[in-house]
Design a binder for this molecule. Structure first.
Ligand code: UDP
Ligand code: MG
Length: 320
């Protein structure tokens, strides 16, 4: 019989054929060095390249590696969720496949965990090899999110973290779609501590987070943790109503004094009309985003669909 797994390392993979082998090698050497039973949980998020094939090869030679093959691409946050669902360790580490999060930081996280922290998150003190655009948008995003939400979500912190079994179990009870996992973990509470690290350059290949996915990610984060965008619409509505009322009063006074002789210009009329229509559409869009998310929840579809399991016991297959 296999001994009880102490550490699980969850690795989401989307078109990572260029990095998977190196990533496995580095993770294996770090985890072997700990001399305690561990497992790697690979989640292949519907890759279109040879990732699945390579992952299966690794699994065939190493029974410490589990593989979950999604039926299609469900997205990074969902892949992490599945990995945590199927992880069986007392401590679960989530790490990107591209070696931007150095596996060598894991022992430091484990040390903190042994000191009694339930969540040990990696905080990026520096980001190497990323575009100026990525760095600046990430910086702004974390700070805007912090201002918008009441939950204390640490800044400059990705999904690279260690969580205790009890946090993992609590997370399984959160059935929310369009998830922002780091926010949910902060929302859960638990005793947490940072471990600082330098975010390295991607080992190979390109980012799997193009602008479209970044925007979806940012809107999920903000909308799952804040109603403020909806409130902004109210504030703006009040502001415009008050301003137009003041304008009306001023116009009446001018008319009574006989000071207004000409009809106001065409340009200003058009500008105000277009501006307000723009605002109305924007606000409708914001409301629509929330309604879309409510619709997703109402449908109650499963968070993900698994096409295939490798190295996972029959009795462990039904977790969510
Ligand atoms: N990823 C995923 N599904 C996706 C996009 C990304 O599982 O739809 C994985 C990817 O393989 C990697 C991690 O999420 O392990 C982070 O992605 P990436 O490194 O491309 O993001 P970046 O570091 O550029 O923000
Ligand atoms: Mg990366």
């Amino acid at each position: 019989m296999k001994s009880k797994v102490i550490f699980s390392v969850v690795v989401p993979l989307y078109n990572e054929e260029e990095v998977i082998k190196e990533s496995y090698k580095r993770l294996k050497s770090v985890m072997d060095g700990l001399n305690e039973p561990y497992e790697l949980v690979f989640v292949n998020d519907g890759s279109r390249d040879k990732t699945a094939l390579l992952a299966k090869e690794i699994c065939a030679n190493d029974s410490n590696v589990k593989l979950i093959n999604f039926a299609r691409n469900f997205g990074h946050q969902t892949a992490i969720t599945a990995g945590m669902d199927y992880a069986s360790g007392d401590a679960v580490v989530v790490i990107d496949a591209d070696l931007q999060d150095p596996p060598e930081v894991i022992p430091e996280m484990i040390k903190k965990w042994r000191e009694g922290y339930d969540v040990v998150y990696g905080q990026r003190v520096k980001r190497k090899g990323e575009t100026f655009f990525k760095k600046i948008t990430a910086k702004i995003f974390y700070r805007v999110l912090r201002r918008l939400t009441e939950v204390d979500i640490p800044v400059d912190t990705g999904d690279f973290r260690l969580i205790d079994r009890k946090v993992c179990n609590a997370l399984k009870k959160v059935g929310e779609r369009n998830r922002y996992i780091r926010g949910i973990i902060s929302w859960l509470g638990f005793k947490s501590a940072p471990v600082e690290f330098v975010r390295e350059k991607r080992f190979a290949g390109e980012t799997k987070y193009p602008l479209k996915k970044m925007l979806k990610f940012a809107s999920d984060a903000i909308m799952s943790f804040s109603y403020k965008p909806l409130k902004m619409a109210t504030y703006f509505g009040v502001f415009v109503s008050v301003a137009s009322f003041i304008y009306l009063i001023v116009m009446i006074i001018l008319k009574l004094c006989g000071a207004m002789t000409t009809v106001p210009g065409w340009t200003s009329t058009i500008v105000i009309t277009l501006f307000l229509n723009g605002i109305i559409l924007l606000v409708l869009g914001i409301v629509g985003e929330y309604i879309g998310r409510i619709y997703d929840e109402a449908k109650g579809r499963p968070l993900y669909v698994i096409g295939e399991f490798v190295n996972i016991d029959e009795d462990q297959k039904d977790v969510r």
